[in-house]
Design a protein around this ligand. Sequence first.
Ligand SMILES: [Zn+2]
Length: 90
Amino acid sequence: MIGFGDSPDGSTPRCSRAGCGSAATAAVNWRNPKIHSADRVKTWLACDEHREYLRDYLATRDFPVVVTALDDIPAIVPAITPAITPGGAS
Ligand SMILES: [Zn+2]
């Protein structure tokens, strides 16, 4: 029987972490610069618990990664840039 208004399938985004079925609260947007062009964005969904885990997983591989809200997925993931120092000396 198909429920109405309370069925999680297809309506609630789920965390991409293997084995985690929690509702996703953030989008982890990334690409592999070795195989993806700059306009390619891969998106994993993450719950509160795994947002940092997934971000770190990608960051430690030197992949550009940007964490956003689920409804604010970026068109591109900028390449990793050196830390920006406000009013930077040059
Ligand atoms: Zn999760």
